[in-house]
Design a protein around this ligand. Structure first.
Ligand code: IPE
Ligand code: IPE
Ligand code: MG
Length: 229
């Protein structure tokens, strides 16, 4: 993990897409409209990631803590997830973008699980250009706890030995599809990581951007990629 030698282009980028609520407030819109605009921005960032030859883009869409939000907001987000999958999967497939979802997905219910399965199956590709990983119901601390529990079970059933535990094994047991993040961007102006990819950001360069996520553009993203140099 300590081998994070910096190259010109960050291969694995993570984004904490924050600021949808404040954007809605600023524009006198409902919070659900803020989330809707937030989803629309993802399309642009995926396009730019393809242009920049980024290998993986890992997005924080819904945290484990976000379950504490009002029910109406959570339902609006769930609807947006289904709509985004229906709308975007054909295009992603054409662009050779492979979609993966991770986190405590079962908490979202069968309808969303079925959509996720469809999206992941549809976008399987032999020579994928970009891995697009979406964190849903994800928390970094919970993920580490899950890894500890999974490894402990394997040890007590004699399937693995204590001496087999190493950093790679932790990555293998983690639900996160990427082992290491090179560049982590957080929009919305707050300077914290809010329980996102704790283990995988050990060597990440972190860029905090003042702009709210629905105002973030391809140009802003390009600037962040350039600054990484
Ligand atoms: C981030 O935007 C999106 C989610 C957490 C789903 P917020 O809804 O947190 O927006 P702010 O931070 O309140 O502006
Ligand atoms: C982080 O934003 C989570 C996502 C962007 C999905 P939050 O708005 O939930 O984080 P806090 O509460 O400000 O730390
Ligand atoms: Mg927020």
């Amino acid at each position: 993990m300590a081998n994070s030698s910096k190259t010109n282009i960050p291969k694995n980028v993570g984004i904490i897409m924050d600021g949808n609520g404040r954007w809605a407030l600023k524009n006198s819109l409902k919070i659900s409209q803020g989330h809707k605009h937030g989803v629309d921005i993802v399309r642009d960032i995926v396009e730019e990631s393809l242009k920049q030859n980024i290998k993986s883009l890992t997005l924080y869409a819904f945290s484990s803590e976000n379950w504490k939000r009002p029910k109406a907001e959570i339902n609006a987000i769930k609807t947006l997830i289904v709509q985004a999958i229906n709308k975007q999967v054909p295009e992603l497939k054409e662009q050779k973008v492979r979609l993966k979802f991770f986190g405590h997905l079962n908490d979202f219910g069968k309808k969303i699980i079925d959509k996720i399965t469809y999206a992941e199956n549809e976008t399987k590709c032999k020579s994928c250009k970009l891995n697009l990983n979406i964190a849903l119901g994800y928390g970094g601390q919970q993920d580490i706890l899950d890894v500890v529990l999974k490894i402990s079970k394997k040890i007590s059933s004699g399937k693995i030995d204590l001496k087999d535990i190493n950093m790679k094994l932790i990555n293998d047991f983690s639900s996160v599809p990427v082992d290491q993040i090179d560049l982590l961007i957080r929009t919305g102006g707050d300077k914290r990581v809010s329980n996102f990819l704790l283990y995988q950001i050990a060597y990440a360069e972190i860029h905090f951007v003042k702009k709210l996520w629905p105002d973030y553009t391809k140009q802003d993203f390009k600037r962040n990629i350039k600054k990484y140099f």
